[in-house]
Design a protein around this ligand. Structure first.
Ligand SMILES: [Zn+2]
Length: 475
């Protein structure tokens, strides 16, 4: 081996050693601890020993089965041993109770490589109440007010609802479903958060297999229990049957099925739909694909129309076609593809059939309409009177004229007339002077008094015009 070659080999060994030395300098983490406070936050703490070369420190958060990772900057404390802390804020509606949340810290180095510390997982719970729990084959009912009989009844209804919906849609539910019953409205709305409609009585969250409902355990609510529990559980089974990453089924199909299986096409719903149809105010189904309207009457009508459409679908195409339609959404197909394959008509064709069944033609679109005139700022009210000089009304008039001296002087007819008069007087004066000079008379005596009188008058007019502001503005 030559001298150069051995020197090169030595250098390579040194570089490799250096590189492995850098790679070995990774952060070391202690065990993370998390503590959650409902409606406040989830606090993460973890000891870490940071080597040099740390570019950035972050906290990472993953909720439920969601594949998204939320990252939040944490102050980089530099090389050495530290206790890292981070609080993930959880105001009302930001994260539902009964969600598993995974938290940890992430270290990014100057060279771009990333090291995630070992995470800790916490079950985010509504711990404001002492929940009683009863577990059936699939459903776990949680409630905090009312006796055990109330819980048993809710459980029996829930188990039956899951069985009925699963049998109908041909899906098999195997994972437990948690059902939380709130006796009070306020804490129930704390769970929903400010983004949800205030006329919501229950909510189904297939992604965490959890349902929340507001059911006071009173005698009057007995029938409500028998409706809201099957309703929400039908949503959950519907979610299992149609789950796909591409395209959600129309909202009216989901709600229509939930109403149909929990209370059927009731007389009151039928009356509401038929009365609205006669009045020419039916909302087309394509208006009920996403969120339902906000106002209470239209919100209720949306449910009534949804179950009306389901009733029409089953009467016309049969229950099997309904099941085929719903199941086909699991393939991520479009609405037209799903309807055409299951019913032999596309969405528009189905809607036309439903409207014809109601005895009406397609509703006339209500909008878009021009926006109503909005309120004017108070200082805009006088604007029309000032159109000749927009923007000048806010300025003191004398200042306006003073900033442009001369502009008004030469263009005013009065001024022009005065100047013309001056020119004539000057010419006459010169003529007189020339004559007197030619006649040997003295220059000053008679000509001077006549001219200044005219000029003084003109000056007075001009000042008055300036003081009077806009009135004397030309044009
Ligand atoms: Zn619903």
């Amino acid at each position: 081996m030559s001298r150069t070659a051995s020197a090169l080999a030595l250098a390579l060994v040194l570089v490799a050693a250096l590189a492995s030395g850098v790679a070995a300098a990774e952060p070391t983490f202690g065990k993370a601890t998390v503590s959650a406070t409902f409606l406040d936050g989830i606090k993460l703490e973890q000891r870490v020993s940071l080597p040099s070369g740390v570019h950035r420190v972050e906290a990472y958060v993953r909720e439920g089965s969601d594949a998204h990772t939320f990252l939040a900057d944490v102050a980089n404390p530099g090389t050495g041993d530290h206790l890292l802390t981070y609080t993930f804020e959880t105001p009302a509606g930001s994260i539902y109770p009964n969600t598993h949340v995974q938290l940890g810290f992430r270290v990014t180095f100057d060279d771009g490589h990333v090291v995630d510390g070992p995470p800790e997982t916490v079950l985010y719970e509504d711990d404001r109440f002492a929940w009683a729990t009863l577990q059936g084959d699939l459903v776990r009912v949680h409630w905090y007010q009312g006796d055990e009989a109330f819980g048993r009844r809710a459980l029996a209804i829930g188990e039956k609802a899951v069985k009925d919906a699963s049998d109908l849609l041909g899906v098999t539910e195997t994972e437990p479903i948690d059902y939380f019953i709130y006796a009070d409205t306020k804490p129930f709305y704390d769970v929903l958060g400010p983004a949800l409609r205030e006329n919501v009585g229950g909510i189904a969250l297939p992604e965490i297999r959890t349902l929340f409902a507001n059911i006071p355990p009173s005698a009057e609510s007995e029938s409500w229990v028998g409706i809201v529990i099957p309703h929400e559980l039908t949503h959950l089974v519907f979610g299992t049957a149609t789950n796909n990453p591409f395209h959600d089924p129309p909202h009216w199909l989901n709600e229509g099925l939930a109403v149909y299986l929990s209370e059927g096409y009731s007389t009151s719903a039928r009356r509401n739909v038929e009365r609205t149809a006669r009045a020419g105010e039916i909302m087309p189904l394509r208006a009920l694909v996403g969120q339902f309207p906000t106002t209470a009457d239209r919100f209720g009508l949306a449910y009534d129309e949804s179950v009306s459409a389901i009733d029409y679908l089953i009467r016309t195409h049969g229950q099997e076609a309904l099941v085929t339609l719903i199941r086909s959404y699991a393939g991520g197909v479009s609405d037209d593809a799903a309807f055409s394959a299951a019913l032999g008509v596309d969405v528009a064709g189905f809607e036309a059939g439903w409207l014809a069944d109601l005895g009406i033609s397609e509703p006339v679109p209500f909008g878009p309409r021009p926006a109503p005139p909005g309120p004017l700022p108070p200082d805009w009210a006088a604007a029309p009177a000032q159109t000749a000089n927009p923007g000048a009304s806010g300025l003191p008039a004398p200042t306006f004229r003073a900033t442009t001296p001369g502009a008004g002087d030469v263009s005013g007819p009065v001024t022009i007339a005065v100047l013309a008069l001056l020119a004539v007087l000057l010419a006459v004066g010169l003529l007189v002077v020339a004559r007197r000079l030619s006649q040997g008379e003295p220059l000053l005596a008679p000509a001077v008094p006549t001219v200044p009188t005219a000029v003084d008058d003109d000056d007075a007019d001009r000042d008055a015009a300036a003081a009077g502001g806009e009135d004397d503005r030309p044009q």
